[in-house]
Design a protein around this ligand. Structure first.
Ligand SMILES: [Zn+2]
Length: 171
């Protein structure tokens, strides 16, 4: 063993039981406290596996263009789903609420779409959710939930359920 310098020892114990819940969220650390509060208070989730990527669930979906990146991340997620015996997945998208600050926009969506237009980002997030919902339904028996964390004008974060875009059927 290499002689590594000791730094500290935790008072918390390692938990040998796996939580069987995976939260997929953006790496954006500005949301961390609000997200943990939401998961604990509203969903009763205090212990969970996490997949934190720029764009959050968006990194698993193609947004119409990024197929190679989406497939690579989907493979990483599939590994977690299988090996950690995940039974439930919570997808968390994010952005500004109506009247919320522009700076709350997901930087990764702005990059991928080449725009900071919040309507376009929101539309892309709903498309991505539709793609992921289909993926989970056809590849897994996992319970799926999806929310959007939206920063309002007071910098509070509201959580709304994601929905899929209305499909227009033509005959
Ligand atoms: Zn983000």
């Amino acid at each position: 063993m290499p002689d590594l310098r000791f730094v500290s020892r935790s008072s918390s114990l390692w938990n040998e039981d796996r939580p069987h819940i995976l939260v997929v969220a953006c790496s954006d650390g500005r949301l961390q406290l609000a997200v943990d509060e939401f998961l604990d208070t509203n969903l009763g989730v205090t212990s969970y596996d996490r997949l934190l990527l720029p764009g959050g669930p968006g990194a698993l979906a193609a947004s119409g263009v990024e197929h190679v990146r989406a497939n690579a991340h989907k493979n990483e997620m599939k590994f977690l789903l299988d090996v950690h015996e995940i039974e439930e997945v919570i997808l968390l998208f994010h952005g500004p609420a109506l009247g919320g600050p522009d700076l709350a926009l997901c930087a990764d969506y702005a990059r991928a779409l080449g725009t900071r237009d919040r309507e376009k980002v929101m539309a892309a997030q709903r498309e991505d959710f539709a793609e992921l919902k289909k993926y989970f339904e056809s590849h897994t028996a996992i319970k799926l939930q999806a929310y959007r964390a939206q920063v309002d004008a007071d910098h509070r974060v509201e959580f709304v359920e994601m929905d899929v875009p209305k499909t227009v059927f033509t005959v």
